[in-house]
Design a protein around this ligand. Structure first.
Ligand SMILES: Cc1cc2nc3c(=O)[nH]c(=O)nc-3n(C[C@H](O)[C@H](O)[C@H](O)COP(=O)(O)OP(=O)(O)OC[C@H]3O[C@@H](n4cnc5c(N)ncnc54)[C@H](O)[C@@H]3O)c2cc1C
Length: 327
């Protein structure tokens, strides 16, 4: 099994496996299928084996599960032990706060190269190693990073790869590993999270419909109308960086290269020009609708439907129309 398999570190939350881990699992499975290798989910934590079915359902051929109460503190140690034993080709990790910590720690401990915040990964034509794509210069250029050490580690934000239904397998191989965690590794103790309600509401990565507002909204009052529209259509509110910088909306709702990457079924952008750093965070949405007064706005190049109109007219009309439809 030396330097062959694609691994994904599963991140567990109270509501199960994090979406980004499943997206990466599907990507790893498709890479493994292309090259005749295997895709494995690595699960570290309490009830690690319980995630096995979810892993198979998203394409894993196998699951390596390590039961431990100290997942947060011990993951990098455990991962390095597993890497030493199984020698995977690549390790894909979600660019979450936890994933960023762990990926950097594992890379340092294992003296392995890492490419962070990638937007794609593919096998090199030579058959040796991988090409990791990551944006530079605000997404105007892409760097093709070739890592020469193993495992090749890459991190990806949520939404880079689309989570698709029916990509899975009915079953796979479950390997349960026991790894001793010496006291010297447990330098910190994780006590728990303090939930932040505003942060939870700003979870736009999971929204199927995003109503996004930009500088064209013109004021806080106008921007706030987007929440009413979003509630009526069962969606959530996103924003451009200019709207965030205007102070109308919190940074957790920013879409783009320095914000979040989203792939909703429907994205409607109001008063957003379509600058490259923004577009990089939403261009893979299933359906894109743009509302802008400028017929030459860049966003129209990416929109499936474009409305050249004043959002101050369109938004209230949509709100009253949806209200009427809802009776
Ligand atoms: C390092 C770096 C990172 C960045 N990261 C991000 C990022 O992650 N996300 C991001 O969004 N940006 C990012 N930016 C900023 C980005 O370059 C743009 O400045 C920003 O996206 C512009 O936001 P906007 O489209 O809302 O504003 P503007 O560019 O000011 O566009 C406003 C639009 O609204 C239209 N408009 C005006 N009035 C109306 C009206 N009444 N009705 C309808 N339309 C109207 C205008 O025609 C215009 O097209 C980054 C920039 C840098 C340098």
């Amino acid at each position: 099994m030396s330097n062959q398999n694609y691994w994904v570190l599963f991140e567990l939350s109270e509501s199960g496996v994090k979406r980004v881990s499943l997206e990466l699992m599907q990507k790893a499975a498709s890479l493994a299928a292309q090259t005749g290798q295997k895709a494995a989910a690595i699960v570290i934590g309490e009830g690690a084996s319980d995630a096995a079915d979810t892993a198979y359902a998203n394409g894993a051929d196998m699951v390596i599960a390590v039961e431990t109460k100290a997942a947060f503190e011990a993951s990098s140690h455990v991962l390095c032990k597993l890497i030493e034993k199984y020698q995977p080709l690549a390790l894909l990790i979600g660019a979450t706060p936890f994933g960023r910590d762990i990926s950097a720690a594992v890379a340092a401990r294992c003296s392995a190269g890492i490419a962070v915040d990638c937007t794609d990964v593919k096998p090199l034509e030579s058959g040796e190693g991988l090409s990791w794509l990551r944006p530079s210069y605000d997404g105007k250029l892409y760097a093709d990073v070739h890592v020469t050490t193993y495992p090749q580690i890459g991190t990806f934000k949520t939404g880079i790869f689309k989570l698709e239904e029916g990509k899975g397998k009915a079953a796979g191989e479950l390997i349960k590993e026991e790894i001793e965690v010496p006291a010297s590794v447990l330098l910190t103790r994780f006590l728990g999270y303090t939930p932040d309600e505003a942060l939870a509401q700003a979870n736009i990565e999971d929204a199927e419909i995003i109503i996004a507002g930009g500088k064209g909204c013109g004021s806080q009052e106008e921007f706030d109308k987007l929440y009413e529209l979003a509630a009526l259509v069962g969606g959530n509110v996103g924003a451009s960086r200019a709207a965030v910088e205007a102070g109308w909306v919190e940074k957790d709702r920013q879409i783009g290269i320095t914000g979040k990457t989203v792939t909703p079924k429907l994205y409607i952008g109001f008063g957003i020009s379509g600058a490259v750093p923004h577009v990089n965070g939403m261009k893979n949405s299933d359906v894109i609708i743009a509302v802008n007064t400028d017929p030459n706005a860049g966003i129209f190049k990416y929109a499936h439907y474009g409305i050249v109109a004043d959002l101050h007219v369109v938004v209230p009309q949509m709100i009253s129309r949806f209200k009427a439809l809802k009776g």
